[in-house]
Design a protein around this ligand. Structure first.
Ligand SMILES: [Zn+2]
Length: 590
């Protein structure tokens, strides 16, 4: 070999040594942040006037001012990934990594740099020190670093057989590969999360929620009127100002996408905010609903109910929704006055044809068999309630199969009204089923106050009658669900969250368990709660299963949900848009 070649080899070897030395300081530096060790942290930096720091606010110089404030505010969570190092010249190494930190509820992500130099000082770190440091927050929408989850059992949301020792690679926030290790090898340089002994499913989808409702009586004064203590306009203002409480509760409960199927016009603008935020679920919204009942529950200058009384109001309502960019036309088909069925059916049919002309899917709330059949004839793509009055018949099945409608059984929402009435009648606060502590303190306070707030509004006899009605309705709904599933009609899981005691987030557990109790296999419930929900939202292209190109939304569970859907309660991590977080990060107490 020529001399020049030898020199190159020698330089590369020296570069390798330098990298190892710089890496040791780098690691000590990051560990010190994690361990909140100020002395170790400072020992990594060059004690000189020329120590340079760059951040969003610009450039600062000098070790003294840096040391004076070091350790003032350690992050509550510190995650470093994608560490890269390169030798610049002998004794000089450049390094960078990506960070995700939490200071209380405030999360920051970004990229951070270090310049390492070799000094004359021997200790510590063989004289290597950080001479320059920077931390720059990422722009909103910057995809997270790639990740591979390896070794777990994959349930991909399609209902196919579980894949043991699976690998899921997520890149730029999307699924890159998901399958057996042989088909999805872990790419070099990608950080690996060991998921052996765990199960991986797509994130859950709740296809029936209402952000215009709180999960308590204050959002539904038509059910229990507490407006003296909880004025409705105040309740609505708060809902609009703080949707993030519910966003967090959804992620905390493993729900990474939701369909708001009816509410005030502002619910439409939640979509963009939620889409861009990996701490919020993907969101579709139908906006104000067309109601065959002239419902009074509106605000003086805002409506969540548009009165659907005839063909003209149907066309006007649909045109409004189209102009606002709604994802669907939602119709509340409720016949409150006998004799008006034919007339209202005609209005619903008109809404269906206007929706179809506008290119919007029709969603119908119809709990009676005859209303549900009209809904299907009107072209409904999604029925957001069970048929609950009588058992479904062959005509219903045939209509649903013909139109390809999705059936969202919403089995448990009435239980919430029943439990609220029971709480008032028996003077005991209702129980909250929230295994990960996801529900915000304000909502919990309201729930605890139920017996006092509603005192005298429900007698024990009324509460018992209501409970009996709900129980018998549940039998019909469960039988219908089983029949509908056997007929091959696609199912989507939905809770009707926002209704009293159907809490945004954790109410998915009871709903999925009720579906299993109705006779669905755990796998059928899982598919309805993932792929089915994505289909209901019209987002099967991007959500609902773990297939290449779809959103990096998934759950890591410590128990097998295909053995028992109750194991969905055992989620330990949730990934949304490629960012993997522990469930606890979403609890309000974090
Ligand atoms: Zn609803």
């Amino acid at each position: 070999m020529h001399l020049a070649g030898w020199l190159l080899v020698a330089a590369l070897a020296a570069g390798g040594d330098d990298i190892a030395s710089a890496r040791a300081v780098f690691q000590a530096n990051l560990d010190a942040i994690r361990n909140r060790d100020r002395d170790v942290y400072l020992s990594c930096y060059l004690n000189a006037q020329t120590l340079a720091r760059t951040g969003p606010e610009g450039f600062t110089l000098g070790y003294e001012p840096f040391a004076a404030q070091a350790g003032d505010g350690w992050p509550d969570l510190f995650e470093a990934s994608s560490m890269q190092l390169v030798p610049v010249r002998p004794g000089v190494v450049y390094g960078t990594y990506r960070y995700r930190v939490r200071y209380g509820a405030d999360e920051q992500t970004g990229i951070s740099e270090r310049l390492f130099i070799k000094t004359d000082t021997r200790q510590p770190y063989g004289g290597w020190r950080i001479a320059m440091t920077s931390a720059l927050p990422a722009l909103a929408g910057t995809p997270p670093p790639p990740r591979a989850l390896a070794g777990g059992t994959l349930l991909d949301g399609t209902g196919g057989p579980p894949v043991a020792d699976a690998v899921v690679v997520v890149r730029a926030g999307k699924i890159d590969c998901a399958g057996p290790r042989a088909a999805c090898p872990v790419p070099a340089g990608v950080e690996v999360v060991d998921t052996s002994g765990k199960w991986i499913t797509p994130g859950l989808i709740d296809a029936h929620v209402h952000f215009s409702q709180t999960g308590w009586a204050d959002g539904r004064p038509d059910a229990l009127d507490l407006r003296d203590a909880h004025p409705y306009e105040g309740t609505q203002a708060e809902l609009r100002a703080h949707p993030e409480r519910f966003f967090r509760a959804y992620l905390c409960s493993g729900v990474t996408a939701v369909f708001d199927v009816g509410g005030y016009p502002w619910t439409l603008s939640l979509r963009e905010t939620a889409e861009a935020d990996t701490r919020a679920p993907h969101l579709a919204a139908a906006g104000p609903l067309l109601s065959t009942r002239d419902h009074w529950l509106n605000l003086p200058a805002e409506r969540q109910f548009i009165f659907l009384k005839d063909a003209a109001s149907a066309r006007e309502g649909v045109a409004y929704l189209k102009s606002r960019g709604a994802d669907a036309v939602k119709v509340w088909f409720i016949v409150s006055e006998p004799g008006s069925f034919e007339e209202l059916s005609a209005a619903v049919m008109e809404a269906g044809s206007a929706a179809s002309a506008a290119g919007l899917p029709l969603i119908v709330h119809a709990t009676g068999l005859r209303e549900a059949k009209v809904a299907l004839k009107a072209g409904a793509k999604l029925l957001v309630h069970s048929v609950g009055d009588v058992e479904v018949d062959q005509e219903f099945i045939d209509l649903a199969l013909k139109t390809g409608a999705i059936y969202c059984p919403t089995l448990t929402v009435r239980d919430g009204y029943g439990r609220m009435a029971h709480s008032v009648a028996q003077n005991v606060p209702p129980e909250v089923d929230d295994p990960h502590g996801c529900v915000d303190p304000g909502t919990l306070d309201k729930i605890r106050s139920t017996p006092v707030a509603g005192k005298g509004e429900v007698t024990p006899e009324e509460s018992d009658r209501r409970a009996a009605r709900i129980a018998s309705g549940r039998v019909t709904m469960s039988n219908n669900l089983k029949r509908v599933v056997e007929a091959g009609i696609p199912i989507a899981m939905g809770t009707d969250a926002g209704n009293p005691l159907t809490l945004h987030g954790p109410s998915v557990y009871a709903e999925m368990e009720a579906m299993q109790a109705a006779g669905l296999t755990p796998m059928q419930v899982l598919v309805a709660s993932t792929q089915g929900g994505a289909r209901a939202m019209g987002r099967l292209q991007t959500l609902g299963t773990l297939a290449p190109g779809k959103a990096g939304d998934l759950l890591v569970l410590s128990a097998d949900p295909s053995a028992d859907i109750r194991n969905m309660r055992q989620a330990v991590q949730v990934m949304r848009g490629g960012v993997l977080r522990r469930i606890e990060e979403f609890a309000p107490a974090f």
